[in-house]
Ligand binder design. Sequence first.
Ligand SMILES: Cc1cc2nc3c(=O)[nH]c(=O)nc-3n(C[C@H](O)[C@H](O)[C@H](O)COP(=O)(O)OP(=O)(O)OC[C@H]3O[C@@H](n4cnc5c(N)ncnc54)[C@H](O)[C@@H]3O)c2cc1C
Ligand code: SF4
Ligand code: SF4
Ligand code: SF4
Length: 569
Amino acid sequence: MVVINRGAHAEPGTSLEFKTGNWRSSECPVHVHAKAPCHAACPAGEDQQAWFAWLQEGHVEEAWRELVSKNPLPSVTGRVCPHPCETACNRTSIDSALAIHNVERWLGDEAVAKGWAYPVEAPAEDAPCVAIVGAGPGGLSAAYHCLRNGLRAEIFEALPEAGGLLRSAIPPTRLPRPALDAELNRLLALPGIKLNLRCKLGRDVGLDELKHSHAAVILAPGCGLSKEWNIDGAVPTDLHEGLHLLREFMDHGEFPEARRVAVHGGGNTAIDLCRLMKRHGVEQVTLITASALPGPDTDPEDLINVVPRELEEALEEGIEIIEHATVKRLIMKGSRMTGVEIVALKKLLGTDGRMHRVQFEGTERVVSVDMVIPCIGERVDPEGMHNLMNRWHYLDARDRWSRTPQENVHAIGDARGDRGTVAEAIGDGRLAVEAVAARLQGRADPVEDTRPEMPASGLNPVYFGRISRTAVPKLPVAERTFEAEIEGDIGRMAALREATRCLSCGNCLACDNCWVMCPDNAVIKTAELASDGSHYVFDLDFCKGCGICAKECPTGFIQMAEDTWHEGD
Ligand SMILES: Cc1cc2nc3c(=O)[nH]c(=O)nc-3n(C[C@H](O)[C@H](O)[C@H](O)COP(=O)(O)OP(=O)(O)OC[C@H]3O[C@@H](n4cnc5c(N)ncnc54)[C@H](O)[C@@H]3O)c2cc1C
Ligand code: SF4
Ligand code: SF4
Ligand code: SF4
């Protein structure tokens, strides 16, 4: 071990000669590489701290390569992910969270512009091939991770183009199609991935057939059918449901004529539809939702399930939102709609011991509208997968690796019923393939990362100055159209600056504090990396357990643990 000497602090006759041996207080320092909260919160499994560390040193391509080792679509997620990583970021306790999604997007776009090669190798000609049903983000991620695991992938997609809801539902103002195409085309061009378009499971190919012809099957069909809308009394004969209208609009740029519209629901489809209709010229757009808007007293369980910045922008654009309410009845004059009767909802404890939303009799009121659009959620189109459906109309995926009751068949993404974001579908794709690869290579399931998370209270904030979060350019409401992207690019300088704000939670950032401040020279700095990935080791012969190193460690990487040192160790 090559030791980097601290020199003048350690003259003969000082603590260098006076070993403490085991007469330490009851604790001794240890290095604990805890999980950063951003990483723990990222459904795609990214290690943001690792790619920020590359950026801090100006190695942009390495940062991207680290990022895409988990998530092959950073241009996409950098634009649409609700970024739970930022909600969890410890930097909030000092000033504000890192702009992780903006840097992620910049890295993705930079890779496309520079043509950087994905960190994958072409699999062998005779490598096992995995059948993947659906070319949405879940299926695409699974295909990419097949290559990273030495497997080939064959995708079966019902539609004429790949992308799933990224293409058919998310508006270009949030995900411009050139950005989507650029990233998808690069991924689909990788050797080892075969894409069959217009090939629907249940119509053009059967599940049993795929199980026989491939080493494993990963189902990623998303949720293509709308849930049934239960409402008292008559409904208009030309009732349109939300996802269908949105898809029609993506294809033809038209909505049915209406002056005042009520959208009933509370997810991404509902919010996107409200915003597009308003921009299309509908005078009054009202969202009626059983969920709650964010506020200091909002129960997280009730919170409306949409990307927070989309909600903010919808309010900016003049969408009216009526929370804690549902549509009870439609008010019709002949075949024409004139309004909806809505009623407030409250939560009551049921006989099953769980809270249920019930209608609050006496709170009924009428909202005048000439069109109502149900957007109450989607379910799986069961064609070709009937045997795998559960009673909630989703595919029966049972564990972290999305295994179904059928051997070698996994079901990932929205089709599981407990997902709902692009990053979750991407994360599922990776985990399912890792389990498939482990099985094919005769290994046990991949080990889950059970390290503890580093809370903000475990950091020493004294060592971090306040640095404001990068401001993100945004189109003013008056300039928003159907095509122009609303959120802008932050650019290279801001991305690199943002990286310097990372606190390296739970991981050594080589600040030398422990090495310099230990009064007993018990911290040794080494030229080579130690087994825990840092350049520091403790010489317990000299440590007396004062804990100064742990207190002065900015990142919480040093913690005091029970001393188990024995004479002769
Ligand atoms: C309007 C809207 C806005 C959204 N906004 C956001 C957002 O801002 N951020 C976010 O993170 N998430 C958002 N979401 C959710 C996100 O789009 C989904 O969670 C994600 O796309 C799920 O990916 P997936 O691969 O599971 O399914 P999908 O994207 O639905 O892809 C499934 C694919 O499978 C194909 N398929 C279906 N059945 C078959 C079959 N039998 N045979 C062959 N192919 C089949 C489909 O054609 C489709 O291409 C939004 C959703 C909607 C509807
Ligand atoms: S995928 Fe989402 S949660 Fe993960 S790093 Fe990107 S923005 Fe954050
Ligand atoms: S400061 Fe850095 S490591 Fe810590 S949570 Fe935020 S992004 Fe992650
Ligand atoms: S004090 Fe600095 S050098 Fe020492 S372990 Fe903590 S972060 Fe690393």
